[in-house]
Design a protein around this ligand. Structure first.
Ligand code: GLP
Length: 258
């Protein structure tokens, strides 16, 4: 793992370069574990393929702790996910609620109330977005926000174009995003819901710290844009350049192609 003090995109960013996706996931999990030991605000969590090895590594690292220490960290767990598809509940295998149940809640024995997501089955999604935002605000807002990066530059489901002040809301998903996420729907992008509830850039930028994880050669083009372009609506992740405490954790495959 090499640490580079200066990121060309934004002077305040810390850039960490891991040899590969596994090593990047280990490092991300270590940062999450450290946050769990002293967190004052909830964790902000993400879904997607990038996060699967992170959550696996987190489980392994937790398993390696003395029992008392492990229980203390798990008892203190409170997280809010970024997003959920409109129309999907936890029983649908493509839902982010199912992803979190399978990746973290069940294997770690967490209470489902410790791992919160918007309710994709709420009859009024716009109202659910407001309710979830109020619940997050009442919990103090996000401490450490874990983020992946969409191929089109989205974070959460903030699709381009998106302003830095966009709040939690219901969004229409881009066709490219539905294609990107089709794997969880038998490869059929038409089966991917067309709408989602997502935290906005407003809530994401209000987090105390941000950990943006970008791995794999497929992300190299969008990473290149992120490192080069000034903040702009066409690249929602670029608004993170305005945040004072971002760690950008990349692997060689993403960085070398960027
Ligand atoms: C998804 C999620 C994002 C995720 C991103 C990258 O659509 N809404 O939170 O970070 O796209 O996904 P992946 O890790 O599968 O490339």
């Amino acid at each position: 793992m090499a640490a580079i003090d200066h990121c060309p995109a934004a002077a305040g960013w810390e850039l960490l370069v891991a040899a590969d996706a596994t090593s990047a996931a280990d490092q991300a999990a270590r940062l999450l574990l450290a946050e769990l030991s002293h967190r004052q605000r909830p964790l902000g969590l993400a879904t997607g393929r990038t996060m699967e090895p992170v959550y696996r590594a987190l489980m392994q690292q937790l398993a390696g702790l003395p029992a008392g220490e492990r229980h203390r960290r798990l008892a203190g767990w409170l997280s809010f996910n970024l997003d959920e598809y409109v129309g999907l509940g936890p029983r649908h295998p493509g839902s982010f609620a199912a992803f979190m149940a399978c990746q973290l809640v069940q294997p770690l024995g967490l209470d489902p109330g410790q791992v919160r997501l918007p309710d994709g089955l709420a009859p009024d999604p716009a109202r659910e977005a407001c309710r979830y935002g109020a619940e997050l605000a009442a919990a103090g807002g996000i401490g450490l926000q874990l983020l992946g990066l969409g191929l089109n530059g989205h974070v959460g489901f903030n699709e381009p174009p998106c302003s830095a002040s966009a709040p939690i809301r219901v969004v229409d998903l881009a066709d490219t995003t539905r294609q990107q996420n089709a794997g969880a729907f038998g490869g059929d992008s038409a089966a991917v819901p067309a709408r989602a509830i997502t935290l906005g850039l407003a809530e994401i930028l209000a987090a105390q710290r941000i950990l943006l994880l970008v791995t794999g050669a497929a992300k190299a083009p969008v990473l290149a844009r992120l490192l080069r372009d000034p903040p702009c609506p066409d690249l929602p992740a670029s608004w993170l350049q305005r945040h004072p405490a971002v760690t950008l954790l990349v692997d060689r495959a993403a960085l070398d192609g960027a």
